[in-house]
Structures are given as C-alpha cells and as structure tokens.
Design a binder for this molecule. Structure first.
Ligand SMILES: [Zn+2]
Ligand SMILES: [Zn+2]
Length: 338
C-alpha cells in the first residue's frame, strides 16, 4: 500500500507503507471511500508546528469495513462507516458526558491519507449507515468526520439558539460549516468574517446574512455597529491565532458565549481583559462523535450539503498538489480519492 508522509516543511510524499492490520481485538480495518486534507495539516506542512521525524498524515475518513477484531460487537465487515479524528470508547464518564474527543482511551488518528486505515476502538469510534450511500453524498459524509462536526460544536458550544446573532471568525472549511451549523440551529443573524470573495459566496449560500471584511480593531467596531453597539450573543472562533481569539472575545456581548475550535498557536489571554469581558468560554477538540449520528442523518435526508466545501478533488497519489493548493489558498479543501 502507499500512504501520505510529511518529511518536513512542504515535503509531502506518497510512498510505500506497511498495510494496516488488526493490532488490538477492538480494531477495525477500513477501505476508504474518500479522505481529505485538513486546515490543521497546514500547520506542520508550513513548518509552524515541528516535524521531528517522517509522519503519516490524515485524520478525516469514511469507508467500508473490511475486517474487525475479535472483541468488536457493533461494527461489521461490509458496513459503510464514518469516524472522528479522535478515537473513543464511548463508555467512560467523559464520553457519556459528550466529550468523546477527550475519552480516557483517546488516540488521535494520523494515517488516513491512504487507501486503507486501521481504526482503534471501532465500536465506540465509528458510526455506520444502514445502507451503502450513493457516490454523490460521499463528500458530505466525509465532511461530518471533522470539519462539519467541528463547526457544529462551535455553534453548540457558543450557545447558538433560534433568533440569536452569531459571528463566525474564520472562513476556512470549519468556519464556513460553522455558518451552516448556526443556520441549522436557528440563528437569525449570522455575520461571517471573511476577506475572500469565493468564500464569502459560500458563506452566504450556507446562511450568512452579513459579511465583515475588516479585522482587528476595525473588525470589532464593525461587529459592534451591527449589534446595537453591544456585541453578538455568540461568537465562533474557527482559526486559532491571537488576533482571531481576541477578535472573538471582544466581539461578544457581556453574558454572551465564545466558542473556540481552531487549534491555538501562540494564543495568550490577559486576565483583566477576560475578567471585564464577562463572557462564557467553551472550546477544544470537537467531540465529533457526539454529533455524528445526527449529522449523518441530516446529510442522508438531504437537509444539508456540507460537501460543497471541497472545491478540489484529486486522486490520492497527487496529495502533494492538494497540500500546495490549500497552502496557496487556491483551494478551500482538497478531497482525495483512493
Ligand atoms: Zn481535520
Ligand atoms: Zn471514553
């Protein structure tokens, strides 16, 4: 089998790898229908996060079960399944509370940009569909694996409710699907912060009512102008930089909610600023597993089409071009076909 490896900054190779096998009796082996490149993969790709040794890449996946270990009860060969980037037993107290991305048995997936994948804790991690899905819904089902699940958590953690005003900071795939999620949860006004025309267009399609192109101090002023001078009920931070985090906290009204789902890089918060902002903060690695059954159902009943965030599809052996296109912002998100 061949799989995707990152050797160092901007050095992606698709090369021979050992074929995944059952290691633990709770594992499953999947033949992937589709996989993709994540915005978070760009941090190590750009050399911002260190790569100590050649690292297998990829954590978003869906496909057909080929084989399961002896202790797997619910997942069966032949089923189509979607899983999260974090594995979970779905039975510990943290999982039962809905935070499967911090399960006591969690492992982070990291070799999904390949045709075959081993998934630990198959029963707790994977969600199966009743039938094999049609080919044209595969991109949307793949989106539930991370970007939609993460956008959904952003909206849920920011307490988006019918009639509320939500601001989405960030116009990557997660930000765009956070707009879709806020719309599904009934937000009346959704302000997307974006400078890129093609992304603004998709944000509007997903339900954004207003677009703000300014950033920093000017961006905060624009949000205040649009919210009677007090700030928004809910602000969804989908980037992970100091600027975006401050943008989020300072655009929220006192008593409002900030969620943060972008992996933070160099973010530091000032205690006094936080104290007087008087907002709720709730974020982290999204517990995608909590939402998967609902999101898969919304896709299969054609209520949502999150697969639209994939604006580039490549055969998986061209994965390096997929990274380049996202790095150069020629693509929002690249889908890879094994
Ligand atoms: Zn991801
Ligand atoms: Zn657990």
């Amino acid at each position: 089998m061949q799989g995707t490896m990152l050797y160092g900054a901007r050095d992606i190779r698709f090369e021979d790898r050992p074929e995944p096998k059952i290691v633990k009796p709770t594992d499953a082996i999947l033949r992937l229908s589709a996989t993709c490149i994540c915005g978070s993969d760009l941090w190590p790709y750009r050399g911002i996060a260190d790569v100590a040794e050649p690292t297998p890449m990829g954590h978003e996946y869906c496909g057909v079960v080929e084989e399961v270990g002896k202790e797997v009860r619910n997942i069966k060969p032949g089923q189509f399944v979607v899983g999260s980037f974090a594995t979970s037993d779905n039975t510990c107290i943290i999982c039962r509370d809905g935070y499967q991305s911090s399960c006591v048995q969690r492992e982070f997936m990291s070799s999904a940009q390949a045709p075959i994948l081993r998934v630990p804790l198959a029963d707790g991690t994977l969600v199966s569909t009743r039938d094999l899905p049609a080919k044209d819904v595969i991109p949307s089902l793949l989106a539930t694996s991370d970007v939609l699940g993460t956008g959904w958590f952003a909206a849920d953690a920011a307490n988006v409710k019918p009639g509320s005003t939500a601001v989405v900071v960030g116009d990557g795939a997660v930000g765009l699907l956070a707009v879709l999620s806020a719309r599904q949860m009934g937000a009346e006004r959704i302000i997307a912060m974006s400078r890129h025309e093609s992304r603004q267009k998709l944000a509007r399609e997903f339900g954004a009512t207003d677009i703000v192109t300014e950033r920093g101090e000017e961006g905060i002023t624009r949000i205040k102008d649009l919210t009677k001078g007090i700030g928004a009920d809910s602000v969804l931070e989908c980037v992970g930089t100091q600027e975006s985090m401050m943008q989020a906290i300072r655009s929220t009204r006192p008593g409002g909610f900030v969620s943060y789902v972008g992996v933070p890089h160099g973010v530091e918060l000032d205690g006094a600023g936080l104290f007087f902002a008087e907002v709720h903060l709730h974020g982290g690695p999204a517990p995608v597993r909590r939402y998967l059954p609902e999101l898969i159902n919304l896709v299969l009943t054609e209520k949502i089409n999150p697969g639209k965030v994939f604006d580039l599809t490549l055969p998986i052996d061209q994965v390096a071009e997929g990274y380049r296109a996202m790095d150069e912002r020629r693509a929002i998100k690249t889908l890879l076909r094994p």
